[in-house]
Design a binder for this molecule. Structure first.
Ligand SMILES: [Cu+2]
Length: 284
């Protein structure tokens, strides 16, 4: 009887844990459950994003398996080979060649595998198109964005732009299923062009033509931001992305022509005089 009590206690504890875990999971909405399954990644909005998603998921799996094995071994040796009395010192092993060879080779193998899949993912996501449907020159300036739509056939081959200010964040318009090529330009400091739903970001570096191509494949509005601490008003470098149809995109281009936003705007002189920054006299 005396031995049965701890067992019963253990059973109750295990049962309680199982029930509360079940309650926790069932308390999640289906949206939260699918979010958990994506490990909190946003739902992707480009054709390329699933490659990045897969790399993220498999990397986590590899890291978790490694973690479980390492924690298990630590726990096992800490208990199995613990010091049991004052006089009885466990065997002190200083050099064990097979173990040392193992823990040198195993991490190197893991890095090689991670490297291989990273390169594979880069090849699938950093491509340029031979014949892009859209060309966008993104300008990251202190502290907003300008999006130039280059040589657009719908408006007779003109280039127009969506200007943003710190007070009035811009919207980047894209066409669903269009091969879109981005060129990133900065007139001042390093920014980073980041759209979480694209599972992708790239630095915007002065004097460097960073570029990539992607195909937006889901109609919708997405958030974008600068992911590089670029100055005092870094936090205001927000923008939206509107993935839409060709017809709506063309209508938007025409409205930009009507507003006089014609030509390539690469930021520069006007950036320190933006509305919303008067309070500090435009200083950085
Ligand atoms: Cu920035």
């Amino acid at each position: 009887m005396g031995l049965e009590l701890p067992k019963r206690v253990r059973r109750v504890a295990v049962g309680g844990l199982a029930v509360s875990a079940l309650l926790f999971v069932s308390g999640c909405s289906s949206e939260q459950t699918t979010e958990l399954k994506r490990l909190a990644q946003p739902v992707s909005a480009t054709r390329e994003a699933p490659h990045i998603h897969d790399l993220w998921m498999w990397s986590w799996l590899a890291a978790m398996i490694t973690g479980v094995i390492v924690w298990g071994l630590i726990l096992y040796v800490a208990i199995r080979y613990r010091r049991r009395s004052e006089s009885d010192v466990p065997v002190q092993t200083r050099y064990n060649l097979p173990i040392e060879i193992f823990y040198t080779i195993a991490p190197v193998m893991m890095v090689i595998v991670f490297f291989f899949f990273t390169i594979k993912t880069q090849d699938a996501t950093l491509h340029d198109f031979d014949h892009p449907d859209q060309n966008v020159t993104v300008v990251g300036q202190q502290w907003s964005w300008t999006f130039n739509y280059v040589d657009e056939p719908a408006i007779g081959g003109q280039t127009v732009y969506d200007p943003g200010t710190t007070a009035d964040p811009p919207t980047l318009w894209l066409v669903k299923d269009a091969k879109t090529e981005f060129h990133l330009f900065s007139p001042d400091v390093i920014h980073s062009f980041w759209v979480p739903a694209f599972l992708f970001k790239m630095d915007v570096v002065p004097g460097r033509d960073n570029h990539f191509g992607l195909v937006p494949n889901r109609i919708g509005t997405y958030e974008g931001r600068c992911a590089e601490l670029c100055g005092v008003y870094h936090s205001r470098m927000l923008f939206n992305v509107n993935v839409t149809t060709q017809a709506k995109f063309d209508a938007h281009l025409k409205s930009l022509v009507d507003q006089g936003f014609v030509g390539m705007n690469k930021g520069g002189s006007q950036v320190s005089e933006q509305p919303g920054l008067e309070t500090n006299g435009g200083q950085e």
